[in-house]
Design a protein around this ligand. Structure first.
Ligand SMILES: [Mn+2]
Length: 321
């Protein structure tokens, strides 16, 4: 199986426990279930991460994806939701605390995952170990994949210092310091870039959480206003959009040049018909768990991405509910 030469890659968006939708997408892509492992005669799947939390069939999603990865039929990135869960259980002896504080809000975000795995403690232990070993970034011939943001400088530094694309628990522990290299690396790659809103301004998200920061594009070029950099489903107040960015704000933006290889991400809760963000950037997260689409991009080596290579299924609320 592992010696099979893959003719192409199917990059698949955030799953969040939507197992029936995942199966329908895999079947539409030409994968079939042979003895519990979905495979394609010529193609490999790549999952952008965020398998867990929110949805109804998290354990089953982990089971399918893990089986595909174990068999060499897929690769899977770590998303911020996997990082959150690992951090929730990662004890920091020197601080006498967990990496991710046990607040009510943090617990609520992972509650579905915990509840659904509760009757299966051995499977849960195995899932946690598996999540710890998921890569943070993938570089394949001609393209790249990361959950939220390809930050070339941070990734180059990580490769030079560690020579791999996975992180161990000591690196994760060190990410407790947000301004340290491990802190920046984990946050940037799994959550992307953001910017503080002006003092006193908060935006209420679709998820009911009020935030004092907003998500920004990691491919901004010659940005001058907030409208040029905002990248999130929740709109900023109109009056803010054309406020000029300060030099300090501009200095903290990162970019992803048009000459760089195509990169695929998930994470951003997009809506509507899937389309490329840039000729070399595509996002696969179209809010499946919010009754949007579960989206794949069929990649065949092209240097410039094409809108007609997206393929998707709609979530069936009768089943993945
Ligand atoms: Mn995410």
């Amino acid at each position: 199986m592992k010696s099979k030469i893959f003719a192409g890659f199917d990059i698949i968006g955030d799953l969040h426990g939507c197992v029936f939708t995942l199966i329908r997408l895999l079947e539409k892509l030409g994968y079939s279930d042979v003895n519990g492992i979905f495979s394609h005669p010529k193609r490999q799947a790549i999952f952008v991460g965020d398998l867990v939390d929110r949805g109804p069939h998290i354990r089953e999603v982990v089971k399918i994806v893990k089986a595909m990865v174990d068999a060499g039929e897929a690769e899977c990135l770590m998303g911020n939701h996997e990082y959150n869960i690992l951090g929730y259980y990662l004890w920091l002896p020197e601080r006498q605390s967990f990496l991710r504080a046990h607040t009510a809000h943090h617990h609520r975000l992972i509650a579905e995952t915990i509840d659904q795995f509760a009757p299966y403690p051995d499977e849960w232990e195995a899932a946690l170990r598996w999540m710890q070993d998921l890569p943070l970034f993938l570089e394949k011939p001609g393209f790249r994949v990361v959950h939220a943001c390809w930050d070339e400088a941070l990734i180059q530094r990580y490769k030079q210092e560690y020579g791999k694309n996975t992180v161990d628990v000591n690196f994760m522990r060190a990410s407790v310091d947000e301004d340290s290299f491990p802190g920046l690396f984990m946050d940037r790659l799994t959550r992307g870039t953001d910017m503080p809103l002006p003092a006193g301004v908060e935006v209420l998200g679709r998820d009911g959480v009020s935030r004092d920061r907003f998500r920004t594009k990691f491919w901004s070029q010659s940005a001058n206003t907030y409208a040029d950099v905002v990248f999130q489903p929740d709109p900023l107040p109109d009056y803010m959009l054309y406020t000029p960015l300060s030099d300090e704000e501009k200095s903290r933006l990162i970019t992803y040049g048009e000459e760089q290889p195509p990169v695929f991400v998930g994470h951003y809760w997009l809506q509507g018909r899937p389309r490329i963000l840039m000729p070399n950037i595509a996002c696969l997260d179209y809010s499946a768990v919010k009754y949007g689409r579960l989206v794949a991009y069929r990649y065949d080596g092209e240097h410039r991405l094409e809108n007609d290579k997206f393929l998707w299924v709609y979530v069936d609320p009768q089943r993945d509910d």
